[in-house]
Design a protein around this ligand. Structure first.
Ligand SMILES: [Zn+2]
Length: 468
């Protein structure tokens, strides 16, 4: 079986199509048979013939006889017209999924399955998404911090991605003072920071730093998630899973002239005698005194010092761009719904239009983003409220009940990590963008989507690979 997701803007004459006839089942996805050119014209004749009998051909999924194929069976799954204001590339994946389901219903017994991704030839989305699914979607005992490390290590063992791990005891000396959560009493849940590094061939022209939130289970800590809100919280590691997924793309495509440093902050937000509690004041690596307002706002705490470490490295890097990627707030889902990532730029990233570029790449590849803006109220919200603290970590309401509940945490990360000293007004501006994937990471129950790997890869890797 072969699934063709045909994007005519890109895939005309794609070499994948030349081998079309050797597959024993084909699903064709297109918005118009008029666009079938090259090898695809063999399918067009069969569709034109069939349309004489069935007026629904072109509007509904049909299974038809195609003598040119080994199986003689073609599933034609039309997208329908794509010219409405709100149509986007996801119409192709919707039609492809529906077509494959129809093929299964037709009792077709496939000998083997080959999923062709015609958009930029041979992008390894299949294994990338599997990796995001395994780390992000597996249950909290199967993917504890040390087990995530074992998995990542195995995944990249014979690749050009270097994997380094620090457990929480290493981290204490590495970060010195840190708001990383206190050690889990149970050793199998002990926090790990997994660092990944890829250096492409040739001189580096871009350096990316990706920091992923990897909460293997979020109980909420001592401000515990009550009233049934805890189920599904093993998914709070999808940001870290996406970081690993992006390195899978790097390992497969080996782009030149780019250096990428990834950090997966893996930790369990547990309740116990040692757990952190509200009112505590913790000094961050950047020297800020942070007052804990709610222990359920652990994602920003876990990423703040890692972002600070990466900021220090970014100062000497070539053309750096920092990212945090996190299933951070319920507010993100409330604001834009369950299918969209949100991107927020700091001043220097706004200057280079990082958000708009990533959004554009995401639109082309079916990994859509909404652009949101960090405002002065967000910084005001997180300013210390008394002389004891510099920064307030959170209020004590859920983000969904907090105005600007997904924007303000980006300001917190900037303040707590010391990135506020690297804004547009500084001698050393550092572009930083925060990605909230709480909505786009996928449903529970269900399978993680791997967002925002495709959009980031589209922007930073695929253009270069296609040109090269
Ligand atoms: Zn939480």
């Amino acid at each position: 079986m072969m699934m063709l997701s045909v994007n005519h803007a890109r895939c005309n004459n794609c070499s994948v199509l030349r081998s079309l006839c050797r597959f024993d089942g084909v699903v064709l996805v297109t918005d118009s048979t008029e666009k079938l050119t090259g090898d695809l014209t063999v399918l067009k004749a069969a569709i034109v013939e069939y349309a004489k009998l069935d007026a629904a051909c072109g509007e509904e999924i049909v299974v038809l006889h195609c003598p040119k194929l080994i199986s003689q069976r073609l599933v034609f799954s039309p997208t329908g017209p794509l010219n409405r204001d709100y149509d986007d590339v996801r119409r192709f994946s919707d039609a492809a999924c529906a077509g494959v389901k129809r093929l299964v219903v037709s009792k077709f017994r496939h000998k083997y399955m080959y999923i062709a991704q015609c958009t930029h030839c041979n992008v390894p989305w299949f294994c990338t998404r599997a990796l995001c699914r395994d780390i992000g979607g597996s249950d909290p005992e199967r993917m504890t911090p040390p087990r995530v490390y074992d998995y990542v290590n195995k995944m990249f063992i014979n690749s050009n991605v270097k994997v380094t791990v620090y457990n929480l005891f290493d981290l204490r000396s590495l970060i010195k003072t840190n708001p990383f959560l206190p050690p889990a009493v149970v050793s199998r849940h002990r926090g790990h920071l997994i660092e990944l590094e890829y250096v492409g061939d040739g001189p580096t022209s871009n350096t990316l730093f990706l920091i992923g939130k990897g909460i293997t289970y979020d109980t909420g800590g001592a401000d515990i998630k009550a009233g049934g809100g805890m189920a599904g919280m093993h998914r709070d590691k999808c940001g870290a899973a996406a970081v690993a997924g992006f390195f899978k793309v790097l390992a497969e495509l080996k782009p030149k002239n780019i250096k990428v440093v990834g950090a997966m902050a893996m930790v369990r937000n547990s309740v116990g005698a040692d757990c952190y509690v509200s009112d505590e004041i913790i000094r961050s690596r950047a020297g800020k005194r942070i007052r804990v307002g709610n222990t359920d706002a652990e994602g920003r705490m876990v990423m703040a010092d890692v972002l600070c470490m990466m900021k220090e490295r970014a100062l000497t890097a070539v053309n750096p761009q920092l990212f945090t990627i996190a299933t951070l707030t319920g507010h993100a889902v409330r604001a834009v719904g369950p299918n969209y990532s949100i991107i927020l730029d700091n001043g220097p990233a706004r200057k280079t239009q990082t958000a708009q570029s990533v959004q554009k790449a995401g639109d082309q590849i079916g990994d859509p983003f909404e652009v949101s803006t960090i405002r002065r109220e967000d910084f005001e919200f997180h300013k210390g409220k008394s002389e004891y603290e510099d920064v307030l970590q959170a209020n004590n309401l859920p983000s969904t009940s907090t105005p600007r509940g997904h924007q303000a945490p980006a300001a917190f990360l900037i303040m707590a990590s010391g990135l506020d000293a690297h804004g547009r007004d500084s001698d050393k501006p550092l572009p930083y963008s925060h990605l909230d994937i709480a909505g786009s990471s996928g449903p529970f129950p269900g399978i993680p989507t791997g967002a925002p790997v495709a959009a980031l890869a589209g922007h930073y890797i695929l253009g270069q690979v296609a040109r090269g």
